[in-house]
Design a binder for this molecule. Structure first.
Ligand SMILES: Cc1cc2nc3c(=O)[nH]c(=O)nc-3n(C[C@H](O)[C@H](O)[C@H](O)COP(=O)(O)O)c2cc1C
Length: 169
């Protein structure tokens, strides 16, 4: 891995995983790197739950029903701690932004270690709260399935052109 650009292009939403398990030591290394992510006032208003036991994987899979998701051997459940996050004077709470930055660091750190991930937000948050006994302050924001991709092929990026999204003022 040479450049940041290469790493960014290597990361994609992986929805096809090998049955192979992922060592906890590797997951821990990825989290160690990603936890240097910035956050507003450095509040770090997050909890990272590593779900890799058959019992808890079964629970998390009930909150997001996709065949491909069932194949991921590890799922990180990223939660926002709203009460610990910085709130701007106009009342905007920054917990979700902070967790999104953490999630992005995790996806890139995982790609750097040869692991696939996929952002998942379309889950049943109530179920997760119930199954894992989360406090009312601890909101599940992102599920990150993680594992070895079934293929080495990296899909081409589909993105808007810069002229559509950039404006110099
Ligand atoms: C905030 C957010 C929520 C997402 N939620 C889901 C999801 O629930 N299920 C899913 O399959 N992909 C989800 N994705 C993945 C996007 O579909 C994907 O990032 C996008 O199509 C770009 O493709 P790429 O990640 O391969 O570059 C989500 C991505 C983001 C950033």
């Amino acid at each position: 891995m040479n450049s940041f650009e290469e790493l960014v292009l290597k990361r994609y939403s992986c929805r096809d995983y090998q049955a192979r398990s992922v060592d906890r030591a590797l997951v821990s290394q990825i989290i160690e790197t990603a936890h240097f992510a910035p956050s507003a006032t450095n509040a770090q208003p997050w909890r990272i739950y590593v779900i890799d036991s058959p019992e808890n994987l079964a629970k998390v899979r009930r909150a997001y029903h996709r065949e491909w998701f069932n194949a991921a051997p590890v799922v990180l459940m990223l939660c926002a701690l709203k009460n610990k996050a910085w709130t701007r004077a106009d009342g905007k709470n920054h917990a979700n932004i902070d967790v999104a930055i953490l999630a992005d660091h995790l996806t890139l750190a995982a790609a750097d270690k040869g692991l696939g991930t996929c952002w998942v937000c379309n889950f049943d948050a109530e179920l997760l709260t119930k199954y894992f006994g989360l406090d009312s302050d601890c909101e599940p924001v992102v599920l990150l399935p993680m594992g070895y991709a079934a293929t080495d092929e990296i899909p081409a990026k589909k993105r808007k052109s810069l002229s559509e999204i950039v404006e110099y003022l």
